[in-house]
Design a protein around this ligand. Structure first.
Ligand code: HEC
Length: 263
């Protein structure tokens, strides 16, 4: 096919050096970003390595971890019947709303079952005679705050779109990938970037969406790697890879009639 652009391998060496310098630097940046994810989100569930739990704890929070719930299942278990303990825990899980405290009859349970010990006169244990006394024991870990999500959302959208602008621009001079696949590789990171940011907000609302965070992150990584490797190989190793090496078989397949991809 007649090329309307200068292929990567035919660029002047200074331009290749510029492209390569940029690619290596953002590649290193990507590596450090992954390490950072491993150390922040990766440790969210207390275990090393990234899991769906980590994502849920980071964005949605660990909502089963209040002291009140632990105590009601532990040393305070004998102080209220099963049904009432369950009612209290349900209320805590639903957000420990102050209005529901009265309406759902939680206040009554606490008054009859707990305040006999947990009152102002008691020393060493918290008083539950007022709602405020419960405060520290019903505080939930609700994950990332809306303020922090807003901040990292716009930083990521602006910053990462720039990275993919230049990686995509360099890769657009590649000649071994068909136009169709080039469009996919160049467009995919943007679709995944938006899906990634949206999935944070969705996970904040519902832990179900944690898998979308992982999927979008992986999609972005795969397209980045594909563009990165193709660009570097075409610039510096075109001869050994695409003419004499394993890449030649790919070129053969690409140009064969069986590969029914319109170019
Ligand atoms: C017979 C007295 C008694 C009753 C009734 C009682 N508690 Fe306690 N509670 C204690 C004592 C003593 C402690 C401290 C020892 C411990 O943590 O087990 C305590 C500790 C706690 C703590 C932990 C406080 C902290 O500083 O970590 C919570 C939460 C709690 N109780 C909740 C409740 C609830 C809810 C009820 C009602 C269902 C209740 N308790 C009923 C005596 C009582």
């Amino acid at each position: 096919m007649a090329s309307k652009y200068t292929a990567l391998k035919d660029h002047e060496t200074p331009i290749k050096v510029l492209f390569t310098g940029y690619l290596c630097t953002v590649g290193m940046g990507y590596l450090f970003a992954l390490i950072q994810i491993l150390f922040t989100h990766g440790m969210a569930d207390g275990k090393f390595g990234l899991s769906v739990d980590d994502i849920v704890y980071s964005y949605y929070g660990n909502r089963s971890g209040t002291v009140l719930e632990q105590k009601l299942n532990g040393s305070m278990k004998e102080n209220a019947p099963e049904q009432e303990r369950f009612k209290i825990m349900e209320w805590v899980r639903d957000g420990a709303d102050i209005d529901d405290y009265k309406d759902d009859g939680i206040e009554k349970i606490i008054e009859t079952r707990c305040v006999m010990c947990h009152n102002k006169e008691a020393s060493g244990i918290p008083s539950f005679s007022t709602f405020e006394g419960l405060g520290p024991y019903i505080a939930q870990d609700t994950g990332a705050t809306f303020a922090s999500l807003t901040r990292i959302s716009h930083i990521h959208l602006f910053g990462i779109s720039f990275i993919f602008m230049f990686v995509g621009l360099i890769f657009s001079f590649a000649e071994t990938t068909t136009t169709q696949y080039k469009c996919i590789a160049i467009g995919m990171p943007y679709a995944f970037l938006m899906a990634d940011i949206m999935s944070w907000w969705l996970t904040k609302i519902d832990p179900f969406f944690a898998w979308l965070v992982i999927l979008a992150g992986m999609g972005m990584g795969i397209s980045f790697m594909f563009m990165w490797v193709t660009s570097i190989l075409e610039m510096w190793l075109f001869e050994p890879i695409f003419i004499r090496g394993f890449g030649s078989r790919y070129i053969e397949w690409r140009d064969s009639p069986e590969a029914s991809i319109a170019d």
